[in-house]
Design a protein around this ligand. Structure first.
Ligand code: 9WN
Length: 457
């Protein structure tokens, strides 16, 4: 391993989180993301759970105080004073929904439910169990309401898998996974707007989503507004409806953590319901996301990949992205053979197994595909949160050496190229937002939780 001082790295990570605390919540990164983001907050709380329990709790409290009446946790809670991000609260106009909070500005969509997971980390790592117990007691019903919303409003099929209405809900915004679905959507009327991320990021032309993509993102929000953010109506005719792997994988794990929390609280009332959610996911995960049986039939056995499922086209989205590997985090894959194939595939020149790569951390798309772009956002660069899921999944399945190589790759990127939002897989160059919070938070976890005391079941 290259020589990296983990104590220095830890101190820098702590400073990064401290620097992004604005007195009320921790922002993902100054100027580019000056508001509170939902799944960022959960990752940030995981990092803070080792070093600052109170801060970790405050961040989640601030977010959950913006919960919608129907249980949805919005993907952004806005800070009115910040003007460097578009679209902001006025654009979302959430007053159209009877479920939206009246006095807090939020977006009208959601993001992956990491929060039960971070709540458990907070209690497990807390030095003050009374304080963290009280916090668990406060957040537990809110977590239940959020998960119930996802398991009903976002899953009328009762599949235990979540439907997203916008690429931003996936957390993997401009991934090629959404290209075909977005191509089907024709923009009818688009208001004129000014992108602000182009100003906030250096080298923006090559590193952030294209204008075409961004126009679609904004147009989809306009459409959501026309539906007054009513999920029942959107379910009938919204043009973007995808059963999302990363979202559903996280929800499955989060439901398991909810059971752990219920046990700590000795709260028995909700156990049956949570177990039903878990059971539903187990019953349908493969049917929706794993078309291997089909591949076998047509003789393509070289890959064992999970794919998102498009409910509009009624087909798998066979784009080769890092989403395909995130199910490792769920522990849901029963056949060793399927995992072996997946791991072998990751270790080929398609992903990270070649001298041309800077480290063994995994890029966000298959580098042999024409949609791969080494610097553009979720279309190629290395992201730390996606690698963290795979690192934990590999450890769980006993691929210890490979998991540790990924961890070392991440440490190298961060130590030599800064706590950035994402990284070029060939050069290691840091890209996107600077002093990026979840990168720092998950590095703290990978330093502190080395013995894997917090496992996923
Ligand atoms: C839209 C804040 C967020 C992350 C997402 C990431 C990016 C926003 C954007 O930044 O998305 O939500 O403006 O591009 O893709 O995962 O939560 O860090």
């Amino acid at each position: 391993m290259i020589n990296i001082n983990l104590n220095d790295l830890l101190e820098d990570a702590k400073k990064t989180l401290e620097g992004n605390w604005n007195g009320k919540f921790t922002i993902p990164s100054a100027t580019l993301y000056p508001h509170q983001w939902s799944w960022d907050t959960a990752f940030i709380s995981i990092g803070n759970s080792y070093i600052n329990t109170e801060r970790a709790i405050k961040d989640l409290e601030f977010l959950f105080n913006a919960q919608w009446k129907n249980g949805m946790i919005p993907h952004i809670v806005f800070n009115d004073k910040e003007k460097t991000y578009f679209p902001a609260a006025d654009f979302y106009d959430i007053s159209r929904s009877p479920n939206a909070p009246k006095t807090i500005g939020t977006s009208g969509m959601t993001q992956p439910p990491m929060h039960a997971i971070s709540s458990y980390y907070i209690h497990k790592n807390s030095q003050n169990k009374k304080e963290s117990f009280e916090f668990l007691n406060w957040i537990f019903p809110k977590l239940i309401n959020f998960h119930r919303y996802l398991m009903t409003q976002r899953d009328p099929e009762k599949s235990g898998l979540v439907t997203i209405f916008h690429p931003w809900e996936s957390g993997l915004d401009d991934s090629p996974t959404w290209d075909d679905a977005l191509a089907r959507i024709k923009i009818q009327h688009l208001i004129t707007f000014k992108r602000l991320d182009v100003i906030a990021v250096e080298g923006a032309k090559d590193t952030i989503p294209t204008d075409d993509m961004y126009n679609k993102f904004i147009y989809l929000i306009e459409l959501m507004k026309q539906y007054n953010y009513d999920e029942n109506e959107m379910y009938k005719s919204f043009p973007f409806k995808i059963k999302a792997i990363v979202f559903s994988s996280i929800l499955y794990v989060a439901n398991k953590y909810l059971i752990k929390i219920a046990n700590i609280l000795e709260e028995k009332n909700n156990i049956n319901e949570i177990n039903q959610w878990i059971y539903r996911t187990e019953q349908h995960f493969f049917k929706y996301f794993f078309p291997l049986d089909n591949q076998r039939r047509i003789g393509q056995t070289e890959e064992a990949l999970f794919y998102n499922y498009d409910l509009v086209s009624k087909n798998w989205v066979t784009k080769k992205t890092i989403s395909s590997f995130i199910p490792l985090y769920t522990g849901l894959i029963p056949k060793k053979d399927d995992i072996d194939k997946m791991v072998k595939w990751i270790q080929t020149a398609h992903w990270c197994g070649d001298d041309k790569f800077h480290t063994l951390a995994i890029p966000s798309t298959d580098t042999a595909e024409q949609y791969f772009k080494e610097k553009r956002y979720w279309r190629g660069p290395i992201w730390i949160n996606a690698n963290w899921f795979i690192y934990l999944g590999l450890k769980k399945y006993g691929y210890i050496e490979f998991a540790n190589q990924i961890r070392e790759g991440i440490f190298e990127l961060v130590a030599n190229h800064g706590f950035r939002e994402y990284y070029d897989p060939f050069t290691g160059e840091g890209l996107g937002g600077k002093s990026f919070s979840w990168t720092a938070a998950l590095v703290i976890d990978m330093i502190k939780n080395k013995k894997m005391e917090i496992d996923i079941d």
